[in-house]
Design a protein around this ligand. Structure first.
Ligand code: ADP
Ligand code: MG
Length: 340
């Protein structure tokens, strides 16, 4: 068999297989783009669980008319130019693949206006035909990305979509996680025209408590213990459920430099600290680890759920010790503990 270069569209669809699993993954990629663009407000409109329409509108920096086409091409990014950039990355994006991937498996419309432009422009790309058409449009500064008919041209993928309700729940759950990572941002989520969530910017302690209550319930928000530790360039902050809190919540969020991760090492450290302190089940937590981006590799997986720490043991022990010291200051035994 002869070796041939894949047509760009097919290459994009193959890449989409890794990052675009379901509507929630599209929402993740697009909202992360809005945040990278410096948006302070992001509106997310969903129709039919996202299978019919996903619309993300932001007030970020916008995309210049002459770059609209490029933004939709694979490996086109404004966030990384050199290997040094990649090794110090703090933006969510860096692969330059999301828009190309999403547009290869949907009908994508991108409308945008930068601060310098007096007019907005709109680009449209549809599944099989990569040709992008750019026309004038009306839009305030920022961008709106509409993704219609997700997987219309990849029936195998489309068949794997669950009910609208389930797909919407995935979106809602993901938004909770990003809402806790970026408490400064105003997020509004609608489904089939009805407003389902509104996270107002939380710039004061009271607003922060309200946002935590929205995500994890009132009891967690009122009783949670604050974590704030810093040592040699590692900073751990956030909240752990109080042992006196009887309400079980399913909030187990861990962020590394603002990115939600599922990391075995981190999980191990958190579990160990709680186990030593007599917790039988892991309590709820929202924890953020911030460190020099050179100390962590985020380019491990296309969906970026995993990271690799250069000094894994050190990071593990730091998290463990920081949590031990917070838990050690607690006066009472966890209420979930059985009397011996
Ligand atoms: P990446 O985020 O990895 O750079 P994407 O395919 O997600 O790749 O986006 C490509 C480029 O399009 C980004 O680097 C950015 O310059 C631009 N872009 C995408 N979405 C937005 C947005 N909402 N606002 C401004 N620029 C955007
Ligand atoms: Mg991106």
């Amino acid at each position: 068999m002869a070796i041939e270069l894949l047509p760009p569209q097919l290459a994009n669809q193959i890449a989409a297989g890794e990052v675009v699993e379901r509507p929630a993954s599209v929402v993740k990629e697009l909202v992360e783009n809005s945040l990278d663009a410096g948006a302070t407000r992001v509106d997310i409109d969903i129709e039919k669980g996202g299978s019919k329409l996903i619309r993300i509108r932001d007030n970020g920096c916008g995309i210049a008319k002459e770059e609209l086409n490029l933004a939709l091409s694979r490996h086109a990014t404004s966030k990384v130019h050199t290997l040094d950039d990649l090794e110090a990355i703090l933006s969510f994006g860096f692969r330059g693949e999301a828009l190309a991937s999403v547009s290869s498996v949907s009908r994508l419309t991108l409308t945008s206006r930068t601060a310098e432009q007096t007019e907005a422009w709109q680009a449209f790309a549809e599944g099989s035909q990569m040709a992008v058409k750019v026309v004038p449009a009306a839009h305030p500064q920022g961008s709106t990305i509409e993704v219609a008919d997700l997987f219309f041209n990849t029936p195998a993928r489309r068949r794997f979509l669950k009910s609208d309700k389930t797909e919407f729940t995935h979106i809602d759950e993901w938004l909770k996680r990003i809402a806790m990572a970026r408490t400064d941002i105003h997020f509004v989520l609608t489904h089939n025209g009805k407003r389902v969530r509104q996270y107002k910017p939380a710039n004061t302690d009271i607003q922060l408590q309200q946002r935590i209550a929205q995500v994890s319930g009132k009891s967690f928000a009122e009783l949670a213990l604050e974590v704030s530790c810093e040592h040699e360039g590692l900073k751990l902050s956030g909240f752990i459920q109080s042992p006196q809190d009887p309400v079980q919540v399913d909030t187990h969020y861990f962020y590394v430099n603002g990115r939600l991760v599922r990391d075995r090492l981190v999980n191990h450290a958190v579990k160990q600290a709680f186990a030593e302190h007599g917790y039988q089940v892991a309590p709820a937590f929202i924890l953020k680890l911030d460190l020099d981006p050179h100390q962590v590799d985020v380019n491990v997986h296309p969906a970026k759920h995993e990271v690799r720490f250069h000094q894994a043991r050190y990071v593990h022990d730091y998290i463990l010790q920081a949590l031990q010291s917070v838990l050690g200051q607690m006066p009472m035994e966890p209420v979930t503990q059985q009397p011996s």
